[in-house]
Design a protein around this ligand. Structure first.
Ligand code: TXA
Ligand code: MG
Length: 348
């Protein structure tokens, strides 16, 4: 398949709107279109057609039991596909459009291929202007997972998408670097009106609690599943975001980390907080890569997936990074990084 590339301007101008109309038409015809969102790039298909959604699984190499998120242009559109509740509308008022995905009971109108046979479905109303314009142009909701090959980090720019998806999709819309860089927060609305946090993101547990919701963090967010434990979100059981180069997390003070790395052979990429870069600068075989300040994790969130792709180019024998604190935005980083590192945490 030939993939068409289209570069969008920011803000969108008339020629971009024309391109988005064409992309919408492609989606209606059952095609695959990669589009930017504020979190990561999405690989979209018409969510009302099971056979279009099935193409997504094939293009990504994604297991068919891992359901897709339906992207809608306004929160009310969820009515057509899900059983909404008052809490859904409280969440919508506080966080939509934005980086929040809500899992609700599905209506029969949602193809089984989209929800991987589950009785529930995930909905998200993205904030990115191009994503919103595309959903409107398509006239149908867009089913979209992150636009990476299954198992590699989510794409946060069009180069990543091209590396993974060229020849597998009809069109790639380039909207520059993703603002947030980590996938949306996913919550499930439970029968008793509480929320289960299935995947942490830029909207933190504190943000959710601030609207009066009772939030339980699913066990899989902070660690591996133990035997016999049920998987609440099918995606959690798959290995994720894993670079081919061995990746380790360092839990301890930067000085202790530097002393530890001093004893390791090979060429090392060392992600470090900017204020700690000097501590690692004296190591002979390590390349310190500053990732922003410890107190401000937004920079690391925005760049993490990109850094993992860049460090995985064969130039390094191993990649090291500080273990982020599992609080606030750090919880989302912790969740992604322990998976990328296959739980290899070095306690110093
Ligand atoms: O930020 C995002 O959410 C991006 C952009 C493109 O919107 N999308 C994204 O999709 O990250 P994906 O497919 O890579 O991750 C969606 C996660 C998967 O782990 C999946 O298992 C879970 O959402 N999920 C989808 N439907 C679900 C459901 N009904 N119940 C529980 N988990 C669900
Ligand atoms: Mg994904």
């Amino acid at each position: 398949m030939t993939t068409e590339f289209i570069s969008l301007s920011d803000p969108l101008v008339d020629k971009d709107r024309a391109a988005l109309l064409r992309a919408g038409e492609l989606l209606r015809q059952g095609g695959l279109v990669v589009f930017p969102t504020e979190t990561v790039y999405g690989l979209g298909a018409d969510a009302t057609r099971g056979e279009a959604a099935e193409k997504i699984y094939a293009a990504k190499g994604r297991p068919s039991d891992n359901p897709l998120i339906i992207h809608i242009a306004s929160p009310e559109e969820a009515e057509r596909y899900t059983e909404t509740t008052p809490l859904y509308y409280r969440l919508a008022e506080a966080f939509m459009p934005g980086p929040l995905t809500v899992v609700l009971k599905a209506k029969a109108s949602v193809p089984l291929a989209v929800r991987a046979g589950l009785p529930t479905v995930a909905v998200r109303c993205p904030a990115h202007p191009a994503a919103r314009e595309l959903i409107r142009a398509a006239g149908v909701p867009i089913a979209a997972p992150s636009a990476n090959l299954s198992g590699s980090p989510s794409p946060t720019n069009a180069r990543h998408v091209r590396d993974d998806m060229e020849g597998r999709v009809d069109m790639i819309l380039d909207g520059g670097d993703s603002d947030i860089g980590l996938e949306s927060t996913i919550v499930k609305i439970e029968e008793d009106g509480s929320l289960t946090l299935l995947r942490p993101g830029a909207i933190t547990p504190d943000d959710l609690a601030a609207i009066g919701a009772k939030v339980t963090i699913a066990d899989a967010v902070l660690g591996a599943l133990k035997e016999g434990e049920t998987v609440l979100s099918p995606g959690m059981k798959y290995k994720h975001y894993a670079p081919h180069t061995p990746f380790y997390l360092l839990d301890g003070a930067p000085e202790a980390a530097a002393a530890y790395l001093n004893g390791i052979r090979g060429r090392l990429a060392v992600l470090c907080y900017t204020g700690d870069a000097d501590v690692f600068a004296t190591l002979r075989n390590a390349h310190p890569i500053p990732v922003g300040e410890r107190e401000d994790l937004f920079w690391l969130a925005k760049r993490l997936f990109s850094l993992l792709r860049d460090c995985d180019c064969g130039q390094y024998d191993a990649i090291y990074a500080p273990l982020p604190p599992p609080r606030g935005l750090g919880l989302a980083l912790y969740n992604r990084m322990i998976r990328a590192a296959a739980h290899h945490i070095i306690t110093l």
